[in-house]
Design a protein. Sequence first.
Length: 467
Amino acid sequence: MTVVTRFAPSPTGYLHVGGARTALYSWLYAKSQGGKFVLRIEDTDIERSTQAAIDAILEGMEWLGLSWDDGPYYQTQRFDRYKEFVQQLLGEGKAYKCYCSRERLDQIREQQMAAGQKPKYDGKCRHGVEQDGDYVIRFKNPLQGSVVINDHIRGKIEIANSELDDLIIQRTDGVPTYNFCVVIDDWDMGITHVVRGEDHINNTPRQINILEALGAPVPEYAHVSMILGDDGKKLSKRHGAVGVMQYRDDGFLPQALLNYLVRLGWSHGDQEIFSLEEMIEYFSLDDIGQSASAFNTDKLIWLNQHYIKSLPVAEVAKHAQWHFEQQGIDTSQGPALEKVISIQADRVKTLKELAEISSYFYQEYDQLDANAAKKHLRPVAQEALELVKTKLQSITDWTAENIHAAINATAEQLEVGMGKVGMPLRVAATGSGNSPSLDVTLELLTFEQVAQRIDKALKYIANRTNS
Ligand code: GLU
């Protein structure tokens, strides 16, 4: 049997982290079994579904690299198919037209509730005859027995059929209902494993009964627990970024988010870091935990730092490029982004920060960091800056080694410590008191750029002396 899984989001909002984790688990399971992963957009709720949400979901999936083998299917394009099966069930006496008015349904509901019973359709039209007037179509749920689900995560779940309603499968306006569409889709698309949020667990026995009535195979199920915020409450917008693309905007690598999400509920021993290949190799539905997992931003940041430092630099550059562009920094002139990343990687938590602290490689800094300038660009630094400029100018081969030697020689000649030359030079060249080691930093600039910035610093010192 070829494993086929699916991710079936409703496009009523962006792709949030809970959805992304479900998609990842579903995707991983398909990959781990050499199977197929289907993407299906469940857009039957026309009022709440939007094209913007569809685009956001596709964008999120693509950014995470969760590519689909089949789809995206859209339920709104499949109404004829669903109606065909509604008619089939009707013809076989497995579904029936229900003419009960809203008033009647409200009335029985009130009575049942007053009697302390669970509200449920009383089955009046189950054996009724054709009449004129509006009707919905209901599925004849079995009256006896029970539905058993051997859930990969939650174990055996048994629901008595007496608990289940005769579900409406087609509304008065002729539109098939959500649960029915899911059933037909899962069957048509050959889904063997349904991985979805635990909020759908109540739908599962109803869907299984319909599948059985159609003579369709019943897939296996894995209902994933929800994600809580770090305060133990259901994850929501209050907890900061919950849309996947917000993490991109905040400077996270997809590799970090995927690694974070896979561990949020699934484990393989005590391993924390997983390459995609390892995730695929070790993933199993049965190792997903039952309890809800709490989101931990610090851990995500830790993983992001890890991946910024350890992924091939070209891969980091691919994602970092976007952040430079967002910040209006043109990297087409100046040092190769890879080189900048290789010296800045262990100084940042996010790619956004990386771009922020690296702008001086590509453009003139707007102004000197006030504190650093005050501290390091003092009149005593004038001589050091002038001398180091001359020494840098005489370098024929602009390498970190030669730059280092020039700074050294300046300090020796002036009989001061390296810092007395290095710090003013750092502030002059980068505009701030923080940068990677000065020789490798300057190596990525040109002598002309450094000289011009030294002049600017000298002007600052001169102004300071005059004022
Ligand atoms: N469309 C549903 C949702 O977004 C998922 C349904 C399913 O996976 O069966 O919650």
